[in-house]
Design a binder for this molecule. Structure first.
Ligand SMILES: Nc1nc2c(ncn2[C@@H]2O[C@H](COP(=O)(O)OP(=O)(O)O)[C@@H](O)[C@H]2O)c(=O)[nH]1
Ligand SMILES: [Mg+2]
Length: 342
């Protein structure tokens, strides 16, 4: 088996692409094959994208009893340390844990989770864990799509806890909320200051707020902060119907509160499954995903069209020069676009 994965990928790619072999490898939990499949999903080549779609289609019948958890928080909140602690705990309980990242800024930084691998040293060596840095390049929409497909691949490979980390910038949080069952916000003490700057919108996305670094001299302040968050959460519409978003404390460094947090997740999963909210959300997410794909597709079809390309800048100039109104310019552009695709 050891040599197979390399051969699958090195051969002349399209004609010989053996989705069946990939499927088999993934179902066996072969990490090398899983990594290669993710590389296909993340690739910018249309050709690889096509191969990825064939494979995803072949995996669409795989059932998975997974939980997808989004984890957000400002840099320094302790996300990586927390994922290391939670991930290692879950692996020891027999779970298989995949850690993915959505980081639109990684185009520039080269992927923050990479540097973080040192903070996830134990987890990255654990045979039950799989850590994948954020795909680089492309728009947030593109990164979103790739991460969604990567989740599918990881679940097919038997990973039943999917942790999706994101940096605390508004847009990526909303994108991650769209692909997870449970959304966690990690915060630090000093809620007073932080809450002022924190957008209510982010709190509306969360299913739990964890005040991290509740250890040593910080234990008291962390508990106080938890109380403050709980006070505010009273006035905020919960992210999940039938679930009350609450604040808790933990120490990712000592492991205190990690087991209790997992119990919260399990209660959430049970409650949301019993009420139908869990499956309902996943269905909604599939619909949204499809909608996003259509929008993406239309967008690129429009801007890549010769008819649009050839006219866009002169129409823009006309509008700027006051020779055409913006709506008229758009009307004419669309007329040209539609004529071009007929
Ligand atoms: N005392 C304490 N320090 C922590 C805890 N969690 C993380 N840290 C430290 O906080 C810093 C930032 O943590 P990191 O996991 O890299 O945060 P991230 O940027 O959100 O991924 C590191 O120096 C960690 O060692 C904790 O529970 N207690
Ligand atoms: Mg980090």
């Amino acid at each position: 088996m050891g040599n197979q994965p390399k051969r699958v990928f090195r051969k002349k790619e399209t004609a010989d692409f053996n989705a069946g072999l990939f499927r088999e490898g993934i179902l066996k939990g072969d990490r090398a094959i899983l990594a290669k499949a993710i590389t296909l999903v993340e690739s910018h080549s249309a050709h690889h994208a096509e191969m990825a779609q064939i494979l995803l289609q072949q995996l669409s019948d795989i059932e998975s009893d997974s939980i997808r958890i989004g984890i957000s928080g400002v840099p320094g909140a302790g996300k990586s340390t927390f994922i290391e602690a939670l991930g290692s705990f879950l692996c020891s309980k027999g779970h298989k844990v995949a850690v993915l990242a959505v980081d639109p800024s990684s185009n520039l930084s080269g992927g923050s989770i990479l540097g973080d691998k040192t903070r996830m040293e134990e987890l990255s060596r654990n045979p039950r864990a799989f850590i994948r840095p954020s795909p680089t390049g492309g728009t947030l929409g593109g990164v979103h799509r790739k991460t969604r497909e990567t989740i599918t691949l990881c679940e097919a490979a038997g990973y039943d806890v999917i942790l999706v980390e994101t940096v605390g910038v508004g847009q990526s949080e909303a994108a991650v909320r769209q692909m997870v069952d449970f959304f966690l916000l990690l915060v630090l003490t000093g809620a007073g200051d932080e809450l002022q700057g924190m957008k209510k919108g982010i709190m509306e996305l969360t299913d739990a707020i964890l005040v991290n670094k509740a250890d040593g001299a910080n234990l008291g302040p962390a508990r106080k902060t938890m109380g403050e968050y709980n006070g505010i959460l009273h006035f905020i519409q919960p992210a999940t119907k039938g679930w009350t978003t609450k604040a808790y404390t933990c120490s990712a460094a000592t492991g205190q509160g990690i087991k209790e947090f997992w119990e919260v997740i399990q209660t959430f999963q049970r409650t949301a499954k019993d009420s139908g909210v869990f499956d309902g959300r996943r269905q909604e997410q599939l619909k949204d995903w499809m909608q996003a794909l259509i929008t993406d597709r239309l967008h690129s079809l429009f801007y890549q069209s010769e008819a649009v390309h050839g006219r866009l800048s002169s129409f823009q100039n006309d509008v700027l020069a006051g020779q055409k109104t913006a709506p008229l310019a758009v009307e004419e552009l669309f007329a040209a676009f539609i004529a071009g695709i007929k």
